[in-house]
Design a protein around this ligand. Structure first.
Ligand SMILES: [Zn+2]
Length: 213
């Protein structure tokens, strides 16, 4: 079976799918590039009462699954953890994990004072005959560093944008997800054909004649 990677330029169409929490299986392909599986990442989802695919406030968090305590704690609070095979590039190394977020957050405090120092230097240079270039360069460098770190720590990675879990309902044994990669969506539906279906924006199953597989 040959699979062409989906073109990244193509505007991704959401595909809302419902599957059973206890039976869901993820294809042995990377959700982003459909590459061979080389890594396994975890996605932990908190149970939430509403279904709103457009709501981007994340109820899920990705991880490399190494933090067993965190996974166990989350499970005790009603969360479910799913394991998704990925390629080496889009796997656990690429995730914005808690330590990365912490580094980005800590960097803000570390860089805040140099930034302030350079900003005051600029103000000082504007009012007094002092060189302006030095504090200006300093401020630009500090600000750029902060922006890069903020992106690195907080910007959703390709995998998080491609495969998004919208909601879980333990009572119904249902997990709702938004799959942005059409090919991966097809593979997913094939693999889970017995228990997964396509749903509309309200989480209701689509009538069979409208389902395009
Ligand atoms: Zn990949």
């Amino acid at each position: 079976m040959t699979l062409k990677p989906t073109k990244s330029r193509e505007k991704p169409q959401p595909l809302l799918v419902r599957a059973k929490i206890t039976k869901v299986k993820f294809p042995e392909r990377c959700p982003v590039c459909l590459g061979e599986p080389e890594d396994l990442v975890s996605i932990t989802v908190m149970e939430s009462s509403h279904f709103d695919p457009s709501d981007d406030s994340s109820i899920s968090s990705w991880g490399d699954g190494k933090d067993k305590v965190e996974t166990t704690l989350a499970a005790a609070q009603g969360a479910a953890t799913f394991w998704v095979p990925t390629c080496g590039i889009h796997g656990s190394r690429s995730l914005r994990s808690a330590p990365k977020r912490f580094v980005a957050w800590a960097a803000f405090f570390v860089l805040f004072y140099p930034g302030l120092y350079f900003a005051l230097g600029i103000v000082n240079a504007l009012h007094n005959p002092r060189p302006l270039l030095e504090p200006l360069l300093g401020l630009v460098v500090t600000a750029s560093l902060l922006i890069v770190l903020a992106f690195w720590g907080y910007f959703p990675r390709a995998i998080e944008r491609t495969l998004r879990i919208v909601r879980i309902d333990r009572h119904e044994d249902a997990v709702y997800m938004d799959i942005r990669n059409k090919e991966y969506g097809k593979l997913f539906l094939e693999l889970n054909a017995a228990q997964a279906d396509i749903v509309d924006k309200k989480g209701q199953p689509k009538p069979a004649d409208k389902v395009q597989r």
